[in-house]
Design a protein. Structure first.
Length: 157
């Protein structure tokens, strides 16, 4: 497994430019992206427990033009993600199997989705947020990740 510690993760993702829109090339490798604070939390009341504009820009840069797999609760707490196809798993939406058949590029949460798919991913992108808010959802165990690359991004906000 390769460990990469970088501030500019754009170079770690294959991309091509189409006018002013950055679009993922469809390599069909599945990746996971997780933002976690210094206390180990990824959520509070079904939302991110912080507002880190730098990380939101980073998320947008990596996921624009891609297919995103997300759990229902996380999906219902998010703003509209323009320029991306969102595949939702949960009651009234897709089963996990149906969602995976649609070949998502990124797994974006929540915790149960991470736990169910981490072993299928080739890359794991973790943003550590400089925040110590106590949440109600901790980062899941990552021991089942068998991919080749873990990429860390450390934010100073």
């Amino acid at each position: 497994m390769e460990l990469v510690d970088t501030h500019d993760l754009g170079s770690c993702v294959e991309r091509r430019e189409s006018s002013s829109l950055s679009i993922c090339t469809k390599t069909k490798k599945m990746k996971t992206i997780i933002a976690v604070n210094k206390a180990g939390y990824i959520g509070k009341n079904d939302k991110l427990p912080w507002n880190c504009k730098e990380d939101l820009k980073h998320f947008k840069k990596l996921t624009m033009g891609c297919k995103l797999l997300v759990g229902r609760t996380t999906y219902e707490s998010m703003p509209l993600l323009k320029g991306r196809e969102v595949i939702v798993v949960g009651k009234g939406y897709n089963t996990l199997e149906q969602a995976l058949e649609k070949k998502p590029d990124w797994i974006i949460g929540g915790k149960r989705i991470y736990e169910s798919t981490i072993h299928l991913c080739d890359e794991l992108h973790i943003s550590e947020i400089n925040d110590e808010t106590i949440g109600d959802t901790k980062i899941p165990e990552l021991k089942n990740f068998s991919g080749k690359k873990i990429i860390y991004k450390f934010d100073t906000d």
